[in-house]
Design a protein. Sequence first.
Length: 277
Amino acid sequence: MPIFVIARLTIREAQRRRLLWVALFMGLAFLLVFGLAFHFIRLDIERQVGVSEDLSFVSVLLLTAGLYAVNLLVNVVAVLVSVTTLSGEIESHTIDAIVTKPIPRWQVVIGKWLGFAVLVLGYLALLVSGLMLIVYLRSGFYMDNIVRGVLMMALAALLVLTVSIAGGTRLSTIANGVMTFMLFGIAFLGGLVEQVGALIRNPAAVNVGIVSSLIMPADSLWKKATAYFQPSDVTNPFELGPFAAITEPSTLMVIYAVLYLLVLLAFALWSFSRREL
């Protein structure tokens, strides 16, 4: 089908531009730094503390911090690899080589989205698997609900990817990148305000965070993932430091995020089909 052909060409184009190799190299560098940091921090704590519960707590804290960094990296990669896919090709008229063929424009958008989704999800799987393997080999610890949490991270990455592709159907490359990063920044800041509001019991601050989540639910998905990552025996989320979820988003927010993604993708299909090239 043309969709899968375009998806394969999209992946091949990313490989030709060396995006895959750079992302792979930097991902391995990130895992190396995390592995060294985890080893020496745990080694130092092992010398001071002999209680297994305390050692497990350290593993949870450091692994959650690593997953937090992975979440940011994958979302940034999702924007960088896709921000020029439509807007840049429209500006340079390279898209004409595709749209002049008897292929519906919506298949072009779906094919490119699918190709980048494979890249982004593969990158997420690589980094998360690397973190889990490092922690398990060094400490024997693993998270029970890692799959559920990673699914939330994957949904957030696909959400950011869809925002970037949808913006590329109407905006220039620079404007699209600024818009996508600013939306992600609004979600991050709103999530932080909501956490602080829940901490000091300020309803106004919590409402600000909820509104920002409706504008861009990516940060809410990370908080949902964090809630899965937290061990069931932890009654006080503050024990896990700044990466803990003080307030857990409801299942309705996850449903809203899925609908948000589908509406954005439908808009991208409609917008690109109607645009004059």
